[in-house]
Design a protein around this ligand. Structure first.
Ligand code: ADP
Ligand code: MG
Length: 153
């Protein structure tokens, strides 16, 4: 199957879903996060980063564009491109170096990056359901399909 869906009734459920993804994904994975402001993208990323062993805070890299987490199990790079003006800025910050075969890259507002960011393995969309959230995870590569299959089993 190419799609996984779930209801997330509170922020803990969002973090737990991120933990689940962290337990499945492998180095080299690229994840795009879609959804309105406040939909839970950064909360979900916290689940991924903490799932890889990070114990401190996870802050939104709104102004810095990227927050690196260089952990024992993997390097996780959290991007938030919301405030990116010109996608060409990504070339100057050496975007290619982050998307290595060893890294996990999680990208909020990927559409702002245009063609300067690599294609994803997973497209994840968070949406509002009243005060709660839904999550839809779609595979965008063979590697992504394997992840979806594991989530559905
Ligand atoms: P985004 O990065 O998409 O802008 P955030 O992750 O910063 O959104 O989340 C915004 C708010 O939504 C936070 O207060 C967070 O605790 C809350 N939140 C996250 N997941 C849920 C959920 N499943 N149900 C209710 N609130 C949630
Ligand atoms: Mg955010």
């Amino acid at each position: 199957s190419r799609s996984f869906k779930s209801h997330l009734s509170d922020d803990i459920a969002t973090v737990t879903m991120g933990n689940r993804i962290a337990a499945i994904i492998e180095q080299g994975a690229v994840i795009y996060l879609h959804g309105d402001l406040g939909a839970g993208k950064t909360t979900f990323t916290r689940g991924i980063v903490q799932g890889f062993g990070h114990t401190g805070k996870v802050k939104s890299p709104t102004y810095t564009l990227v927050e690196p987490y260089e952990l024992e199990r993997a390097n996780v790079y959290h991007f938030d491109l919301y405030r990116l003006g010109d996608p060409e800025e990504l070339e100057y910050m050496g975007i290619r170096d982050y998307f290595s075969a060893q890294a996990i890259c999680v990208v909020e507002w990927p559409e702002k990056g245009g063609e300067f960011i690599p294609v994803p393995d997973l497209n994840i969309t968070l949406s509002y359901v009243g005060d709660e959230r839904n999550i839809v995870i779609n595979s965008a590569s063979e590697r992504g399909s394997v992840i979806i299959e594991k989530l559905n089993n």
